[in-house]
Design a binder for this molecule. Structure first.
Ligand SMILES: NC(=O)c1ccc[n+]([C@@H]2O[C@H](COP(=O)([O-])OP(=O)(O)OC[C@H]3O[C@@H](n4cnc5c(N)ncnc54)[C@H](O)[C@@H]3O)[C@@H](O)[C@H]2O)c1
Length: 384
């Protein structure tokens, strides 16, 4: 079975797409030299997607808590595509975690099959479940705005020595105080707010970079996004949205060679359209000035399935964290965070970040070998 033991906080659409994806690629059998479209990195060091095993899962929804993970990932309000008939969940049952700030009030006005419905019961002993599961990594898929719930899981990771993959826009890896806590305990963390495999963020960054690389000043730009999953429903509450807006806006702004006033850049989730389900549509507009101030305007519409788009990146995030654990590298992982996340501790251009991730993987694999092999064995003594 799996070599990378992962716990999941939030069994929503992203978790469903990830868990189905692990099963999908496990059945395909990815090995050295396999050409497999759909994956950014078929093998991360020695690790294939099928090496990931989910050993614990936490949610609060009455249709998911107490259910086998294989059933919970398809329970409403999840609405992502089904790409495998079933998944091997190793018998994992979804545990109840504290609701804290995970469930927004405004959702109560929507039909049951579209919203979260918290189970009316006490939470399980999350610390015990996590620790007994043997999880090495916890992946955070909580709803946007779950500041307290994210901090709750991040603190447990610090206490239990579990690596943290923070896929949501609550700032942990990029927050100096939280980052330091992970560094002091030498526990790896990648964050914050996962970029999609080919999503609005990476496309928007590439477009404004293209303008700048061709000497064109970007004057104004926007990115409007619509979708019909619970992530979009949740984000109708603008108070929960502020960190998401910062994360998405900074991600675009950071690759520009000129400064843009706040009024000239608008990036954010824009509306909830129920019939879109897990289909997300992004409308991007860039206005600029070229030779002698000649105007240039560009409009792009991108249509993607939201959750597999994030899972295609998370599958690499988890394997980079495992490499860091093998190599004894802790704290915020700068290169993978920059390539995989919208709001990393340090922003690189996407090209630089991609190269840096390759270097990171190579370095970590070499370091891990040294960690595994005692000094004497490396010097030529016969291994036992
Ligand atoms: N492309 C993408 O889909 C993408 C990209 C970047 C970031 N993200 C972020 O990833 C996160 C997950 O996205 P999703 O589409 O799976 O969301 P979702 O709404 O489908 O799932 C969230 C899950 O969290 C559960 N939950 C709520 N409070 C909880 C608590 N206190 N403890 C445990 N579980 C709790 C809900 O019941 C639900 O099952 C969101 O914050 C989203 O913004 C997604």
């Amino acid at each position: 079975m799996g070599k990378i033991k992962v716990a999941v906080a939030g069994v929503g659409n992203c978790a469903s797409a990830l868990i189905q994806g692990i099963e999908f690629y496990r059945r395909r059998g990815i090995t050295e030299g396999t050409a497999e479209w759909g994956l950014i990195t078929p093998l991360v060091g020695p690790y294939a997607p099928g090496d990931i095993e989910i050993v614990a899962a936490f949610d609060v929804d009455r249709r998911k808590v107490g259910k086998r993970l294989a059933e919970a990932i398809f329970a409403p309000p999840n609405c992502t595509r089904r790409v495998v008939d079933t998944v091997d969940d190793g018998g994992v049952v979804v545990s109840m975690s504290p609701v804290l700030d995970g469930v927004p009030d405004h959702m109560a006005a929507y039909p049951d099959d579209r919203r979260f419905i918290p189970a009316e019961r006490e939470p399980d002993d999350v610390r015990r479940v996590l620790s007994e599961s043997g999880a090495e990594i916890l992946v955070n898929f909580l709803p946007v705005g779950s500041q307290k719930a994210t901090e709750y899981f991040a603190s447990l990771c610090l206490d239990l020595g579990i690596a943290f993959a923070n896929c949501i826009p609550v700032f942990i890896a990029s927050d100096p105080v939280w980052g330091k806590k992970f560094t002091e305990k030498n526990i790896p963390v990648i964050g914050d707010d996962v970029k999609s495999q080919l999503g609005a963020t990476i496309l928007h960054r590439s477009l404004v970079r293209l303008f700048n690389d061709r000497g064109i000043r970007v004057k104004r730009t926007y990115q409007l996004n619509t979708g019909g999953n619970t992530d979009f429903l949740n984000m109708l509450n603008r108070e929960r949205l502020s960190s998401k807006k910062i994360s998405k806006t900074e991600s675009v702004r950071s690759v520009l060679d000129q400064t843009l006033d706040d009024r000239d850049i608008h990036v954010g989730p824009s509306d909830y359209v129920p019939w879109q389900d897990d289909n997300k549509i992004a409308f991007i507009r860039v206005e600029g000035e070229g030779f002698c101030g000649a105007p240039v305007e560009l409009e792009v519409r991108l249509s993607v399935i939201d959750s597999p788009n994030s899972a295609g990146v998370v599958i690499d995030v988890l394997r980079c964290l495992k490499l860091a654990l093998d190599a004894g590298i802790g704290g915020p992982l700068l290169e993978p965070s920059s390539y995989f996340m919208k709001h990393p501790p340090l922003q690189f251009t996407d090209e630089e970040a991609r190269e840096e991730v390759r270097n990171f993987i190579h370095r970590a694999v070499e370091l891990a070998k040294k960690v595994r092999e005692p000094e004497g064995a490396r010097e030529g003594s016969t291994p036992r």
